[in-house]
Design a protein around this ligand. Structure first.
Ligand code: PMP
Length: 353
């Protein structure tokens, strides 16, 4: 006898990237930011620690929403924060999708969408991308009946970014297009919610995270930006105190220090160009990434061996495998770390061959 819901019994569950607990690793496997957060964040947390931790946090996240709203040039009722953007994705699923309804996402992309759909008892559809990561001709028709179409833009693990016209054409007829912009700040020309202000904006939700461009993966903070008609439903679904006092203070201070974030992402963009160029020099195919990671493959297909060899040298990258209609796609996804870390992984790849 199982005490689990049948859905839970059947599902495999999501496996997050490895987080070794001992030091000494060059950790380029989960797209964290190698640089520290703004010093303003540490000051804000310190100040908050000296304040009142015995009372609940502001359930409306008033101060954070004000700062995020300014950034996107919308009113604060367009903003909903979460305990990481993963929680925002969960809230979206619970707000818009009933059992048996259709949830879609491009494939390969972020695999958490499928797990969230499974938990909700939804039907999940993978829209297989072309080998060059563009949308197939059938995408619009396949997406049309979805309650939610999740699209990471730029995409993970490939790092490519789709055009606004592509994205607008994919909005489901009676559903929501969720643009998961976890890596949006790393684009050469970042978006700031422009699509939300088009006449299709009432079916769009943009999600953002502070884990990547703000160097705050350990804090767990993300948020949604969408028309208040959509946010109002999500607010009913979220836990009352889903963001804690310390993370609210950290996130608010981080968003206020845009100069720090811009400098940080500019450094990563420069290292990214170098990494892509050098990977190609070593014989890899590397996607022109708009994120803080690079997807690369080699014609000899020995990706798993290289992953293991790197791991033996205490360098952790992500080895990924995807089952496509025509066979398996695999490759390495390398987070853009510091210049020294990237030189280290490149030297190791040269040595490994
Ligand atoms: N979306 C995508 C595409 C991601 O790669 C990640 C990070 N794993 C997230 C969302 C979640 O980010 P977080 O929960 O740290 O905000």
């Amino acid at each position: 006898m199982s005490l689990f819901r049948p859905l839970v019994q059947q599902m495999a569950g999501y496996t997050p990237g490895e987080q070794p607990q001992e030091s000494g690793w060059v950790k380029l496997n989960t797209n964290e930011n190698a640089y520290p957060p703004s010093p303003r964040v540490l000051e804000a947390v310190q100040q908050t620690l000296e304040g009142r931790l015995n009372i609940y946090p502001d359930p409306l996240a008033t101060e954070f929403r004000k700062v995020a709203a300014e950034l996107f040039q919308v009113d604060p009722d367009w903003i909903l924060p979460g305990n990481g953007s993963d929680e925002v994705l969960t809230i979206l699923m619970r707000t818009f999708v009933d059992q048996g309804q259709l949830v879609s996402a491009p494939y390969p992309s972020y695999t958490l969408y499928e797990t969230l759909a499974e938990i909700q008892g939804a039907r999940f559809q993978k829209i297989q991308l072309n080998p060059d990561w563009s949308w197939p001709a059938s995408a619009q028709q396949l997406a049309a009946d979805s309650k939610i179409l999740f699209v990471p833009n730029p995409n993970a693990p490939s790092g490519n970014r789709w055009s606004d016209a592509d994205l607008l054409s994919l909005i489901p007829s009676q559903g929501v297009l969720v643009l998961d912009e976890a890596y949006g700040d790393f684009c050469d020309q970042p978006h700031q919610g422009e699509l939300l202000k088009t006449d299709r904006g009432n079916q769009l939700v943009v999600t953002r995270t502070l884990s990547k461009s703000y160097s705050l993966a350990g804090i767990r903070f993300g948020f949604a930006v969408a028309h208040p008609d959509l946010i109002s439903g999500m607010r009913k679904v979220k836990d009352s105190y889903n963001c804690n006092t310390l993370s609210l203070a950290a996130a608010t201070a981080a968003l206020k220090d845009q100069d720090w974030m811009q400098e940080n992402t500019a450094k990563i963009r420069a290292t990214r160009s170098y990494l892509i160029e050098q990977l190609r020099h070593l014989g890899f195919e590397a996607v022109d990434s708009q994120t803080n990671f690079v997807w690369c493959t080699h014609s000899d297909r020995e990706h798993e061996r290289r992953y293991q060899e790197l791991k033996r040298r205490k360098i952790l990258v992500r080895y990924m495998q995807f089952s496509l209609e025509e066979g398996t796609l695999d490759g390495l996804r390398i987070t853009v770390g510091t210049d020294a870390e990237i030189q280290h992984v490149l030297d190791a790849l040269q040595e490994i061959g």
